[in-house]
Design a protein around this ligand. Structure first.
Ligand code: KG4
Ligand code: ZN
Length: 330
C-alpha cells in the first residue's frame, strides 16, 4: 500500500510517499524560514499562500523521485492539526481534492503523532513500549507509547513549549528566527560558570514542565546589561539558558523511565535536533543504562515523511481508517 503524506501545519510544506512493503519511497520539503525571517516569526497569511505555491510542484517531485504514478497511490494522509488554520486548510484541500480526483480515501493525521512515530523511520527503530519526549515549537509532552495509537500522556508543559522558550529567548538576545538553532550555536561559545538560570519544576514529583519563568530569567539578564551587550555576555546567557532547559528535559525523561521501568527513550520534534540536548541524554543513557533513539535529523522538524508514515501505520492497523469523506475538518 502506497500512502501519500501532506504536511502544511506551519512553515514547512512537506510531501512524501511511504510504501508499507518497501518503506519510504521519496520525500520533498520546502521550508519558508527565509521568507519569515525578516518578520522575526511565522506570518500565518504568508505561510498559507506559500503552501499553495509549493504543494503541487512538491507532489510532482515526490512522484518522480519515488517512480510512482498518481494512480499507484492507495491513500492520502494529511496533517489535520494542530497548527495554523489557514496553513492546515491548504494541505487538507490539496489532499482531499487529489483523493477525490483519484477516487482514493483520505486520512487526517494528528501532527504530534507524526512527530511521535518519526523515530521509527530510522534504520534501527525502537521497539514498543517506550517513553517519548515530544519537544516542538508548540508542544512539550512526555508520553508512554505502547503501540500505534496507544499513547498515555505522563506530563506536559504548563505554559511555554520548549521550542517556544528557545525561540523567545533567542529573540530577547537579538538572534534570528528560528531561534532554537541560533541560541544553541551561540551557547557553544558561552562560559558555563558565568550565569546560572533557574531550572523550573526540576524537583517536582510529576512529569510536567514550565518554561515561561526561564524565559523571564533570560529577559532579566538581558535587562541587567547595558544597551550594547557584548557578544561574550550574550553567549554566556545563551549557555545558561541552554544548560537549564537541557537539565530539566533530561531529568524529567530519566524520572519517567524510572517511574515506568522502561529502558527505551524516544525523542521527537524540532528541539530533538538540539546538539546539547542529545549530548546530555546520551550521557544519561550511558550512566543509567537506557537507550535513546532520535529521528534522522531531517525528520526532527516538520516534514511530510512522518505524516505519510503515521498514516500508513494507522491504515495497516485499521484499513478502514481512511475514508471517502472529503469534508473540511481540520
Ligand atoms: O517540530 P517543529 O519543526 O515544529 C513544530 O511542530 O512546532 O519544531 C520547531 C521548533 C522551533 O521552536 C525551533 O526553534 C526548534 O524546534 N528547533 C530547535 C533546534 N532546531 C529546531 N531548538 C533547539 N535546537 C535546535 N537545533
Ligand atoms: Zn511539528
Amino acid at each position: 500500500m502506497i500512502v501519500l503524506g501532506v504536511e502544511s501545519s506551519c512553515d514547512e510544506t512537506g510531501l512524501a510517499l511511504y510504501d508499507t512493503e518497501r518503506g519510504l519511497l521519496s520525500h520533498a520539503l520546502h521550508s519558508q524560514v527565509a521568507m519569515h525571517e525578516e518578520y522575526g516569526g511565522v506570518v500565518p497569511e504568508l505561510a498559507s499562500r506559500d503552501h499553495i505555491r509549493r504543494a503541487l510542484p512538491l507532489l510532482a517531485q515526490v512522484l518522480e523521485r519515488g517512480k510512482v504514478a498518481k494512480s499507484d497511490i492507495d491513500a492520502i494522509a494529511y496533517t489535520q492539526g494542530p497548527g495554523l488554520a489557514g496553513a492546515l486548510l491548504v494541505g487538507s484541500s490539496v489532499a482531499c481534492s487529489l483523493a477525490l480526483a483519484l477516487n482514493k480515501p483520505v486520512l487526517g493525521v494528528h501532527h504530534l503523532e507524526g512527530h511521535l512515530l518519526s523515530p521509527l523511520l530510522a534504520s534501527d527503530p525502537p521497539q514498543f513500549p517506550f517513553i517519548a519526549l515530544l519537544v516542538s515549537g508548540g508542544h512539550t509532552q512526555l508520553m508512554r507509547v505502547d503501540g500505534v495509537g496507544r499513547y498515555t500522556l505522563l506530563g506536559e508543559t504548563l505554559d511555554d513549549a520548549a521550542g517556544e522558550a528557545f525561540d523567545k529567548s533567542a529573540k530577547l538576545l537579538g538572534l534570528g528566527y528560528p531561534g532554537g538553532p541560533a541560541i544553541s550555536r551561540l551557547a557553544e561559545f558561552g562560559d558555563p560558570a558565568a550565569y546560572t538560570l533557574p531550572r523550573p519544576m526540576l524537583h517536582s514529583k510529576d512529569f510536567n514542565f514550565s518554561f515561561s519563568g526561564l524565559k523571564t530569567a533570560v529577559l532579566t539578564q538581558v535587562k541587567n546589561h547595558p544597551a550594547n551587550i557584548c557578544e561574550q555576555d550574550k553567549a554566556n546567557i545563551a549557555r545558561a539558558f541552554v544548560d537549564a532547559i537541557v537539565d530539566v528535559l533530561t531529568a524529567k525523561c530519566v524520572s519517567a523511565l524510572r517511574h515506568t521501568g522502561l529502558k527505551r527513550l524516544v525523542i521527537a520534534g524540532g528541539v530533538g535536533a538540539n546538539a546539547q540536548l542529545r549530548a546530555s541524554l546520551n550521557a544519561a543513557a550511558d550512566k543509567k543504562k537506557f537507550r535513546v533513539y532520535y529521528p534522522e535529523l531531517e525528520f526532527c522538524t516538520d516534514n511530510g515523511a512522518m505524516i505519510a508514515f503515521a498514516g500508513a501505520l494507522r491504515l495497516k492497523a485499521n484499513p478502514s481508517a481512511a475514508q471517502h469523506d472529503y469534508s473540511f475538518n481540520v
